[in-house]
Design a protein around this ligand. Structure first.
Ligand SMILES: [Mg+2]
Ligand SMILES: [Zn+2]
Length: 179
């Protein structure tokens, strides 16, 4: 793939497609709505391709590769840009604002916790860790969540780290301590 084509051309192509559709179909509310629907059509194709990589439908078997899925996701991106242009907004400006928003969140809202190297899990009560781990998971995912053990374990590890830090700093005594 030629990266410069994607870098500079995607917004131009989206504008060109929108202009061409305008010339052929006009730009009624119905037409704009159909261009938005087209995004969900492409998203459905991505879902179908993903199902096809797994062979989840026994009648069809494995019909797609992850490259097919990626192609369909690219269709989603381009059709979304066409839809944005078709409701009189500038895709480049809108995407730029979206990128800024997400970047700001990554930088500020969810700072990655840096656990100290000297976590000693023997200082905390494993029953407490499990209890508060379950509570934290429930608060984040809801009582009915049935997510994978690997995911649940992350909540337990986080609680364990917290209790270890607090215990080490002398901020926690009593029943949270092991033994
Ligand atoms: Mg497609
Ligand atoms: Zn969960």
């Amino acid at each position: 793939m030629n990266p410069t084509a994607a870098d500079s051309g995607v917004f131009d192509v989206a504008a060109l497609v929108a202009t061409r559709l305008d010339a052929i179909n006009g730009r009624s509310r119905e037409e704009a709505g159909l261009r938005i629907l087209k995004v969900t059509e492409e998203a459905g194709e991505a879902a179908a391709a993903w199902i096809g990589t797994i062979g989840q439908n026994p009648r069809k078997g494995i019909t797609h590769t992850t490259a097919d899925v990626a192609d369909e996701l690219a269709d989603v991106v381009l059709t979304a840009l066409v839809a944005i242009a078709s409701i009189d907004h500038d895709p480049q400006q809108v995407i730029g604002a979206c990128v800024d928003k997400v970047t700001a969140r990554l930088d500020h809202t969810y700072p990655r916790p840096t656990p100290p190297a000297d976590i000693d899990s023997t200082v905390v009560d494993p029953v407490m860790v499990a209890h508060y781990g379950d509570l934290l998971h429930e608060a984040a995912h809801g009582v009915d969540c049935d997510c994978r053990p690997q995911v649940r374990r992350q909540f337990t590890r986080y609680v364990e780290a917290l209790l270890c830090w607090l215990t080490r700093d002398g901020r926690l005594t009593g029943p949270n301590r092991a033994g």
